[in-house]
Design a protein around this ligand. Structure first.
Ligand SMILES: *[C@@H]1O[C@H](CO)[C@@H](O)[C@H](O)[C@H]1NC(C)=O
Ligand SMILES: *[C@@H]1O[C@H](CO)[C@@H](O)[C@H](O)[C@H]1NC(C)=O
Length: 289
């Protein structure tokens, strides 16, 4: 029998052990033109509130390589995420930033037996992008947003990641005909795997959507919550989107289950979402257990 004075210490040790075992690994998928280095603060926050959490920021397609076509990137990320899932019998959490959120949707739709518990989408253009940003001007220097479709909705477009989610509301039929990434994930462009992809996606237990009006890059910013422009550039919010109403990829089912959590914050610029401790505390901490 240990001396009474040691009991609190023993208990503490036991409890700590329980907690450390309890946190699921967190896998972070970076955004366009960034890489693991940009996620040091976020990894630190996670371990500060949930000590012992295994956090992996996947170092694939970093910086300029992030402009590669998304289906190609998905292949690489699939292998990396798969090996982490194999070692995590209780499942993992996927935390995906910006363009990474679309890569994660593709992973969740196409990995049949994934064990992702919570998918946190951090300021990701989930319903597409239609806006001039400083990234865009650098990549397509002479193009204004009205003209980008000419590049994106043809064969050249299939070579640049941004085109995989460029959603010009004035060029709907061209988008549906030529986009083989977002239009397929959303089920706006019907395909044979829709049912299977939907089932795969619905394996997640929780979807957390984070974004806000001062983002400055995601356009419209509501795309971070599955809202988007109609043909008059008015915002159609998530629940009025055709892909939601038709439940093409499971979003309506998730929502009806009560498993869609929406977190909106103003005052956060795009590249600040992952390093803002307030956002972390209010929108992410409670889900990453
Ligand atoms: C829902 O799907 C049906 C059948 O595919 C289609 O005809 C209809 O236009 C869709 N509705 C919406 C709102 O997208
Ligand atoms: C951090 O987030 C809060 C809102 O949650 C916002 O008011 C503040 O401006 C943000 N700070 C930075 C540096 O992004």
């Amino acid at each position: 029998v240990p001396p009474a004075s040691l009991l609190p210490l023993l208990l503490l040790t036991l409890l700590t052990g329980v907690c450390v075992d309890g946190y699921k690994p967190v896998v972070i998928v970076h955004g366009i033109l960034d890489g693991p280095k940009e996620f040091k603060a976020l990894s630190y926050y996670i371990n500060k509130v949930h000590p012992g959490t295994e956090v992996t920021v996947i170092g694939l397609y970093d910086y300029l390589a992030s402009l590669m076509p998304l289906w190609r990137q998905v292949q690489g990320f699939r292998r990396a995420v798969w090996s982490i899932m194999q070692k995590a019998p209780d499942g993992i959490h996927l935390l995906c930033f910006s363009q990474g959120g679309l890569i994660c949707r593709a992973l969740l739709s196409t990995i049949p037996d994934h064990n992702v518990h919570t998918f946190v989408s951090l300021s990701s253009p989930l319903a597409g992008q239609y806006g001039d940003t400083k990234y865009l001007r650098w990549i397509f220097p002479d193009c204004m947003k009205k003209k980008v479709f000419r590049i994106c909705y043809n064969r050249v477009g299939h070579k640049v990641s941004i085109c995989d989610y460029w959603n010009d509301p004035h060029q709907r039929s061209r988008y549906l005909k030529n986009n083989n990434f977002l239009a397929m994930l959303d089920g706006d462009r019907p395909h044979n795997n829709m049912k299977a992809w939907r089932e795969n996606f619905l394996r997640i237990k929780k979807l957390v959507l984070i974004g806000g009006p001062d983002d400055g890059v995601i356009t419209p910013w509501q795309s971070s919550h599955f809202g988007f422009y109609d043909s008059n550039e008015n915002i159609v919010e998530m629940r009025n989107q055709a892909f939601y109403m038709n439940d093409t990829f499971g979003l309506k089912t998730l929502d009806a289950r009560g498993d869609v959590s929406v977190c909106v914050h103003s005052g956060v610029k795009h590249i600040r979402w992952h390093s803002n401790f307030t956002v972390f505390t209010l929108c992410m901490e409670k889900w990453l257990t």
